[in-house]
Ligand binder design. Structure first.
Ligand code: COA
Length: 168
């Protein structure tokens, strides 16, 4: 099921589209989730593939994919919403290597933040791979966690070699 679609133009040339999806068992959604899972698996080689598949296809997780003008998915973010804590966890986020460092990762994060705000979610948490903490810092994340720990402790996925970061 398509939850939300939004269009953006970059440099007045190529049109990129965002789409929010969750596993609804339909073929078109499954295909998109497979494409996204493949990008995560390639860009996050340290993550076990089965683990990525499990979370991307889990019905409690949602994803936003970013598509080019040919509708090809070239990145996305998978996240989990905790409504009572007004929190969402960024689980996986990646842009295909040939499209990195062109601003798409920032646009994707901005789109996620806007969507979450409209759903009354105000805290974003992530266990950032140590190689990605620079990216998250530039997106407004910090290591000093301000959120009450009763609201997040035990809920988030923690990995060796990762740093817990928060964005309000
Ligand atoms: N470390 C430090 N800074 C980084 C970075 C990294 N790994 N990746 C990007 N940046 C910086 C960019 O240089 C840019 O800085 P600037 O604003 O000063 O120019 C800023 O972050 C935003 O870059 P942007 O082009 O919007 O990001 P992107 O499209 O390259 O996407 C990632 C960033 C992290 C999503 C992408 O590099 C990626 O898919 N990496 C592999 C997967 C990964 O590590 N995911 C995060 C953990 S789940």
């Amino acid at each position: 099921r398509t939850l939300y679609i939004d269009n953006h133009t970059i440099n007045n040339k190529s049109m990129i589209t965002f789409e929010t999806i969750r596993n609804d068992g339909t073929k078109p959604t499954m295909k998109k989730l497979v494409d996204l899972k493949n990008i995560f698996a390639r860009q996050l080689p340290k993550m076990p593939k089965e683990y990525i598949v499990r979370l991307v296809f889990d019905q409690k997780h949602e994803s936003i994919v970013i598509k080019n003008e040919n509708e090809k998915i070239f990145g996305g973010v998978c996240y989990c919403i905790f409504p009572i804590s007004k929190m969402a966890e960024v689980v996986f986020l990646a842009i295909s290597s040939d499209s990195q460092v062109k601003g798409y990762g920032t646009k994707l994060m901005n789109h996620l933040k806007t969507e979450l705000q409209t759903r009354d979610i105000h805290f974003l948490m992530t266990c950032a791979d140590n190689l990605a903490t620079g990216y998250f810092k530039k997106q407004g994340f910090h290591k000093h966690i301000l959120m009450d720990q009763n609201l997040w402790k035990g809920y988030l996925k923690d990995y060796e070699g990762s740093t817990l970061m928060e964005c309000i």
